[in-house]
Write a protein that binds this ligand. Structure first.
Ligand SMILES: NC(=O)c1ccc[n+]([C@@H]2O[C@H](COP(=O)([O-])OP(=O)(O)OC[C@H]3O[C@@H](n4cnc5c(N)ncnc54)[C@H](O)[C@@H]3O)[C@@H](O)[C@H]2O)c1
Length: 264
């Protein structure tokens, strides 16, 4: 009988987690290491990233940190070649950064054009450009790798503004453009690089519990079929699946990890 559980193994795989010091990125780095990958945490937050690297090493896993600003990509292709050499491979790449301007979160009426453009550039453009460059690097090195981008429920459907009523939160217009752009650009790249065996998929989480105001949580939970927000530990196994051989025939897919938010 075939040992299917082996298909989830990431032994001898090198996995880069761009944004690996964040709420979701941290869990992804841990999970990938758990399944045997050598994990490279890329982030602008050195302190948080280093503590994650230490935690992984302490648990017997393999992890490294590289300071990296995903909005500065002029020398990115050169960096990729250096990292490929330094870490002896590049099998998995996860884009899970959340770059945003200091005025992120303004309502439509108050939005400034420059800020809107800047956020699209920092987030959408960086995800897609990194995906493109990593795809080309994998192709050059004949690696049948997996690239995983983070979208959102709001990349496939419109925001429901009623859940923000009575709180200071809102969902900015740029988020819709960014996340929808990520979803369809991943499909584009999946189609383009399919013949090289390089896979591109998008994971779209719903809201992850993170000290949001109780008025928001209550309304959100009422709307979602599973009647609760996600906890951060519920996101990374979808990454392990898409990174591993277990998903070898899946590309261009948009995987909703949203408690059913988008089905109703
Ligand atoms: N948290 C949620 O509820 C949720 C829901 C749906 C989708 N998402 C998506 O998941 C992704 C991660 O979200 P999160 O909640 O973990 O965010 P977060 O803010 O907790 O973490 C983001 C990480 O990205 C890093 N980062 C920011 N700008 C960077 C840059 N220029 N270069 C390198 N690193 C940078 C930060 O230092 C941080 O470690 C985002 O794409 C977000 O849109 C999150």
């Amino acid at each position: 009988m075939k040992n299917y559980s082996q298909d989830f193994s990431l032994e001898n795989k090198v996995a880069f987690v761009c944004g690996g010091a964040g709420l979701i990125g941290r869990e992804i780095a841990m999970a990938l290491a758990n399944f045997g990958a050598k994990v490279i945490v890329l982030d602008v937050n050195r302190t948080k990233a280093m503590s994650i690297v230490k935690e992984i090493r302490h648990a017997g896993g393999s992890a490294h940190f590289e300071f990296f600003d995903s909005t500065k990509l002029t020398t990115f292709e050169k960096k990729l070649a250096q990292w490929y050499k330094k870490y002896s491979g590049m099998d998995v790449w996860v884009n899970v950064t959340y770059p945003r301007t200091s005025d992120w979160g303004l309502a439509v009426e108050k939005l400034k054009l420059d800020s809107f453009k800047k956020n699209v550039d920092m987030h959408l453009v960086s995800y897609v450009w990194m995906s493109r460059c990593v795809g080309l690097a994998m192709k050059k090195n004949k690696i049948k790798g997996s690239i995983i981008n983070f979208g959102s429920i709001y990349g496939v459907q419109a925001s429901d503004f009623t859940v923000y009523e009575g709180t200071d939160l809102t969902m900015p217009m740029a988020y819709a453009a960014i996340k929808a752009g990520i979803v369809n650009s991943s499909r584009y790249l999946a189609s383009y690089f399919g013949k090289d065996g390089i896979r591109f998929n998008t994971i779209c989480p719903g809201g992850v519990k993170d000290n949001q105001p109780s008025a928001f949580v209550k309304k959100y939970e009422h709307k979602v079929p599973l009647k609760r927000m996600a906890v951060k530990e519920e996101i990374p196994m979808s990454v392990v699946f898409l990174a591993s051989k277990a998903s070898s025939y899946i590309t261009g897919e948009t995987l909703m990890v949203d408690g059913g938010w988008t089905v109703v």
